[in-house]
Design a binder for this molecule. Structure first.
Ligand code: MG
Length: 204
């Protein structure tokens, strides 16, 4: 197993749209940054990359690169998820804490949890979203995010054995392969389409 930790901060500015945890939030100020300033997704991205020791968000997406100007931070997180999968790991759970004076995260924390889980291709009950106000820190113009992740090594052979043991007569080979692809790559097959299944009706 591996653990990872990430931290990020962005400054609130007027006239900037606010995006946290992949959600557009209606608020008079937004988080300023080269990308969309999504402080939470940046912290989780760093935690994932740190867990497999492949660098940080800045080494993959340099802030001076014009390609990432106003970029959707889901792009950064998606790359980190793919790096984790390529390294042979899957996400067990993620826990996060936001520190910001406003807006209140409580009323939208469930929606944020669903969105982050969707981006991470894991269940919402494996995503913690907590928020605190920065009492005594004089940080009312800043949003800070902390994130920790736990990864476990993906055992492809064990997955195959379990799949073989559960094969029923009525299941097609395609369905089994599709399940295996989902296990390895997340919620859906990513690469080339599977070949059409062999149709036994045709030879009767
Ligand atoms: Mg950032």
């Amino acid at each position: 197993m591996r653990i990872g930790y990430g931290w990020d901060s962005h400054e609130f500015k007027t006239g900037v749209p606010l995006t946290i945890g992949g959600l557009k939030i209606d608020h008079p100020q937004g988080l300023f940054g080269h990308s969309d300033g999504d402080v939470l997704l940046h912290a989780i991205t760093d935690a994932l990359l740190g867990a497999i020791a492949v660098g940080d968000i800045g080494s993959f997406f340099p802030p001076g690169d014009p390609r990432w100007k106003d970029a959707d931070s889901a792009i950064f997180l998606n790359l980190a998820v793919e790096e984790v999968q390529t390294a042979g790991y899957r996400i067990v759970n993620v826990d996060t804490t936001l520190v910001l004076a406003a807006p209140k995260i409580g009323p939208i924390s469930s929606e944020m949890r669903e969105r982050v889980a969707e981006l991470l291709q894991i269940r919402p009950n494996a995503v913690g979203i907590k928020a605190k106000t920065p009492e005594g820190l004089s940080h009312d113009h800043v949003a800070v995010a902390h994130a920790v992740v736990l990864l476990e090594q993906f055992d492809a052979e064990e997955g195959l054995r379990q799949m073989e043991a559960s094969i029923e007569d009525h299941q097609t080979v395609e369905a089994v392969v599709s399940e295996l692809v989902k296990e390895v790559h997340g919620t859906r097959p990513r690469r080339t389409a599977l070949p059409p299944s062999f149709d036994t009706e045709d030879i009767t």
